[in-house]
Write a protein that binds this ligand. Structure first.
Ligand SMILES: [Fe+2]
Length: 491
């Protein structure tokens, strides 16, 4: 295992996030939050101007079981524009951490921005200047390390008892789980300060955590105990400098999908440093957890992707996991930039598929025919075969955001879905385990943005009967833009 001291690898990580000084500033009108109903999909990328103090949600339909209790934490970008300057990409807004709490049939909401160095500087300058995934550095950008550009906007997870806002180019950000106040960046070990800790950690059945960090020809590989303490960190060489946002694990292996969207140079915006080279196909690298030098490369036709599902391994060594696969990276390259200017560039739709890696070295993609993003499965089935993958779906082609939630049943090949209709934008839903251990007996909980009334909503479904519609729904008195990821923590 390679230790990362003041090595070339470390410099490479940091260089990859140094500023390329160039003018940014896409001029867009400042959007005001909430109330301007009915709205179109651009309410999903509107700015939130201040933290949202804790408030009760109004029950609007159904009733949650009396014993259903817990907290849904979610994160997503919510401030993109300042005084005529704008982030250049949806992925680059300031992270707003949302906390939905449900108990005794009642629900409440609070939301607070991560207090990052980026946000502090831009508040002071009253301009968007820090570079990011699709944003160039503006005048006044100040980058000494990865975390100066950290937007803390992609995921929020309770790991080892700590609530962490996650990004993919720098450290996790520690938050107070009750007040959501920022406590500082998370440093797992002094020599790993500012090292990327990605937004998609994978959790093993025993609660221990694997994560990667940073792309290029190497990636960092983190292994934490269930208590959140660092077990080990390694630098993993990669066969190519693919961009990857997510990965998966099985009981014995780390699985990294290397799409042919390749980094060709360092600098910002990161999306502009990458070239789509479909003729190279997609590779899947499978690495043994107990011996990182043991690896196998599988070959697949070219596809682009952001998200994968939990993986598992069968007795004969066959590996299976879900992926939301796109024909090319148009969404990340250009659509997600245009969104902030109120423009919709239709990308190839992400389709839910299963990636199957056979022990004889053959790899196949099993199609479902279902469009889908944000694949989520029952966390109790991590590293085990599972039947159901929840995902958002229901795209109408008129805007970027989905209108429906569904589960795909890999055994029956059937979709169980509920369409909220054109007036609702649907965000990632999370599994909330029920009282029984049987998969599908639990709940799906998630939020939507109701464009008709200009307000965010919270909905609870039976995971095994999505088509029946929400068991309970609540409405907020604020509209929060569409977020990315989060987790449910049962009470
Ligand atoms: Fe993600």
């Amino acid at each position: 295992m390679i230790r990362l001291q003041a090595s070339a690898d470390r410099r490479q990580f940091i260089q990859s996030l140094l500023a390329a000084a160039a003018a940014s500033a896409v001029i867009t009108p400042e959007r005001l939050l909430a109330g301007a109903a009915p709205a179109d999909w651009t309410l999903g990328v509107a700015d939130v101007e201040a933290d949202i103090a804790p408030r009760a949600l109004t029950p609007i339909a159904g009733r949650a079981p009396a014993d259903f209790a817990g907290v849904l934490y979610r994160n997503g970008p919510a401030k993109f524009r300042r005084s005529g300057s704008s982030a250049g990409h949806w992925f680059d807004g300031d992270g707003l951490i949302r906390r939905f709490r449900i108990a005794d049939g009642r629900a409440s909401l609070a939301a607070r921005f991560a207090d990052t160095a980026k946000r502090r500087l831009e508040t002071q300058l009253d301009r968007i200047v820090m570079p990011g995934f699709g944003t160039a550095a503006g005048e006044g950008a100040n980058i000494g390390n990865n975390d100066d550009a950290n937007a803390a906007n992609t995921n929020v997870r309770l790991l080892g008892g700590e609530l962490l806002a996650l990004w993919e180019g720098g450290s996790a950000t520690r938050l107070d789980p009750e007040t959501l106040a920022t406590e500082g960046i998370k440093t797992f070990r002094d020599d790993l300060r500012h090292m990327p800790f990605s937004a998609h950690p994978r959790i093993e059945a025993d609660g221990s955590v694997w994560n990667f960090g940073g792309n290029g020809k190497v990636t960092g590989l983190w292994h934490l105990g269930a208590d959140g303490r660092l077990i080990d960190f390694a630098v993993l060489p990669l066969p190519r400098a693919s961009y990857f946002h997510d990965f998966t694990i099985t009981a014995r292996h780390i699985v990294i999908v290397l799409q042919p969207w390749l980094q060709t140079r360092f600098g910002f915006p990161i999306s502009k440093t990458m070239a789509w080279q479909p003729e190279l196909g997609t590779q899947v690298m499978v690495v043994a957890k107990d011996d990182l030098s043991r690896r196998r490369i599988y070959e697949l036709p070219a596809f682009s992707a952001f998200h994968y599902g939990d993986g598992w391994e069968e007795a004969d060594g066959t590996i299976r996991f879900a992926g939301c696969l796109e024909a090319d990276p148009t969404f990340g390259q250009s659509s997600a930039s245009a969104l902030l200017q109120g423009e919709y560039i239709a990308p190839p739709r992400a389709m839910l598929k299963q990636i199957v890696l056979y022990p004889d070295g053959k790899a196949v993609l099993a199609a479902t025919g279902a469009a889908g993003e944000f694949p989520v499965s029952d966390p109790r089935r991590a590293e085990q075969p599972h039947r159901l993958t929840a995902h958002v779906t229901g795209y109408d082609g008129k805007g970027p955001f989905p209108h429906a939630i569904a589960t795909w049943d890999w055994q029956s090949g059937r979709s169980d879905s509920f369409d909220f209709g054109a007036d609702q934008l649907v965000e990632e839903f999370q599994y909330a385990p029920g009282n029984s251990a049987r998969e599908g007996d639990g709940w799906l909980i998630g939020s939507t943005l109701n464009l008709k009334v200009g307000a965010s909503e919270l909905h609870l479904f039976r995971a095994g009967d999505v088509a029946a519609g929400p068991v309970a729904s609540w409405r907020a008195d604020v509209a929060l833009p569409i977020g990315f990821h989060g987790m449910f923590v049962g009470a």
